[in-house]
Design a protein around this ligand. Structure first.
Ligand code: GAR
Length: 214
């Protein structure tokens, strides 16, 4: 395992079950990723991702959007919570809210998103279910997974870091297809972070974080 002093500091935002978060935690522990998950932040108090973080001794923070709170105000509060972990990189692993510039402006070119579709296809929620429905209807032959930088408020859109194709197989249900997609997601996210962290920060075309140690 890489020394903590040299590991790239990863803050992970997740809204749901956090299987991708788990893959990242495990890959950091195994030394596959030269990184350390230094905080997990969720917009949902009951996110299983937060439980996973606590189980690993990782700071777990809930930043819900208060009633009447604007998206911008929530984004700023979320940014404060994330900045508290002093991350080098922010990884969206199933974070299901659009991040406003009040958040993104605080971490320029340092936010990475995972999305279960190929670039330009099926942005937003339930991309797996929608891809499967299109395959059933005969209008889709395959789908895929992408990891990209989040530079503005475009939905599941931004400079692409990695993609992989995922084929349908005869008789696929949404569950069997979803399980295959998730396996590809875990692998693609880990491999992308492995590369990014191995060549940090030059690999991302980044200059050292003024507030960080990179
Ligand atoms: C993953 O399929 C991820 O790609 C998706 O949420 C799921 C989270 O699963 N993200 C999006 O759809 C982003 N638009 P997990 O909680 O088990 O990691």
């Amino acid at each position: 395992m890489p020394g903590v002093g040299t590991a790239v500091r990863l803050a992970v935002l997740a809204s749901g079950t956090g299987t991708n978060l788990q893959a990242v935690i495990d890959a950091c522990a195994a030394g596959t990723i030269n990184g350390q998950v230094v905080g997990v932040i969720s917009d949902r108090r009951d996110a299983i991702a937060l439980e996973r973080a606590r189980r690993h001794g990782i700071a777990a923070t809930w930043v819900g959007r208060a009633q009447g709170e604007s998206r911008d105000a929530h984004g700023a509060r979320l940014a404060d919570a994330v900045a508290g972990a002093s991350p080098d990189l922010v990884v969206l692993a199933g974070y299901m809210r659009l991040l406003p510039m009040t958040f993104l402006g605080r971490f320029p070119r340092r936010v990475i998103n995972l999305h279960p579709a190929l670039p330009g296809e099926l942005p937003g929620v339930d991309a797996i279910g929608r891809a499967h429905a299109e395959w059933v209807a005969g209008t889709r032959t395959h789908s895929g997974v992408m990891v990209h930088l989040v530079v503005d408020e475009g939905v599941d859109d931004g400079p692409v870091l990695a993609t992989c194709h995922v084929e349908f197989t005869p008789g696929d249900t949404v569950d069997s297809f979803g399980a295959r997609m998730h396996a590809h997601e875990h692998a693609l996210l880990v491999e992308t972070l492995r590369q990014v962290c191995a060549d940090w920060p030059q690999g991302m075309g980044l200059t050292p974080n003024p507030g960080g140690r990179a």
